[in-house]
Ligand binder design. Sequence first.
Ligand SMILES: *Cc1c(COP(=O)(O)O)cnc(C)c1O
Length: 468
Amino acid sequence: MRYISTRGRAPELGFDDVLLTGLARDGGLYLPQSWPQFSADDIRALRGLSYPELASRVIGPFTGGCIEPAALSTILTESYRDFGHKAVAPLQQLEPALWVMELFHGPTLAFKDFAIQFLGRAFDHVLTKRGERVTIVGATSGDTGPAAIEACRDRDAVDIFFLYPHNRVSEVQRRQMTTVTSKNVHALAVEGTFDDCQDIVKAMFNDETFRDDVRLSAANSINWARIVAQIVYYFHAAVSLGAPDRAVSFAVPTGNFGNIYAGYAARAMGLPISQFIIGSNVNDILPRFFDSGALTTGTVTPTISPSIDIQVSSNFERFLFELYGRDGRATEAAVTEFREKGTLSVGSNLWHRAQDTFDGYRTDEAETKAVIGDTYRNSNYLLDPHSAIGVASARARRKDSTTPVVVLATAHPAKFPDAVKEASGVYPELPPALADLRERPERIEVLPNNLQVIQKYVRAQLGIAEAA
Ligand SMILES: *Cc1c(COP(=O)(O)O)cnc(C)c1O
């Protein structure tokens, strides 16, 4: 299995190099040259498998032999062993033909654990085999940092530094980073905004000396290995509800478009999926695109669903590449136009083709809170604000009432306790594994919003001197 860049000018790579590289050298995102195919019988054969077994079957073809089957199986068993539910990704029925798939039983209570637990171990495996080490650096607005730190805390071949905006993440999110005591883990509170943190990370990658000295690597949401791990639960849900003999639809609260793109990949592999519904809050660049054919960025408005407060969806480039018939030059031109003008029109043909694949729905704060409150009163079920947006969009945009719709519940309600309490009257408690989070000692490292200071800090922690 070889991987190509969405911009067509980067070298083709195997799975291990795509994993370690993240972003392609031409600025594009990596994609498999062709989609592995699962026949109806292949899908039927997935019935009854445990989650890690199913994951091995789905991920195996993508690794192209870079990770041997036995090693892959061990990595996947370990990745999902500490999840707080035996089914890993349990399905709950809310009403006829409407299901919630709980993707929040991982160690940091958001769906990102599914991908990052795998990513951390896959990194470690490939690096150990090569006798190499890397330093992972990232910026987080709250969810990715904890998930990445949790996945890398006990890995031998990685050091990890995550920058978060000081006093601008929730207490739970901060503590999930600052209470980890492993020596290879560094959570840095930057005196600035999330955008400042992101700018510093970008600048570190653009500083070639620094990048090479510390062997910089990224774990961000454009890494192909993250998408691959997310394809698995689409198979898991569809097979549980009758695939390949019955189609299902999915509704997904969407920010960077990585999660729902994994569903698109599952369908390209042969899984019968009827509809993809994109749930968005008032930061609705994607619903506006599917309604108008124009991708137009706006300013970001903070909401009670902060993980999807995004006006540029980085993984959307992967879908654009498919829309443009896998033409790297056309994709690059489109992405450049969008970056320069803040808007991109794809023309009516491509727009209609995009509409055949995705539906979008925008939820405002009042509707999100109403869904949380009503669902608690009617079904005795607590949704977090992101998952509530998924439920609202499933109800609003489903095309028929008989095809089951699976809403991806991307976060545990206890991750957003204040919003959930206000909407439902109930304060969601943290699950047992995290119940003592507020008592654990914290190590908070506050650094100024200054590239040089932070680079110096990273070097000092790694014991890597600056060249004279
Ligand atoms: C990251 C995140 C999302 C958005 O997922 P994308 O893959 O970026 O579309 C939705 N909900 C929660 C809780 C998240 O943490």
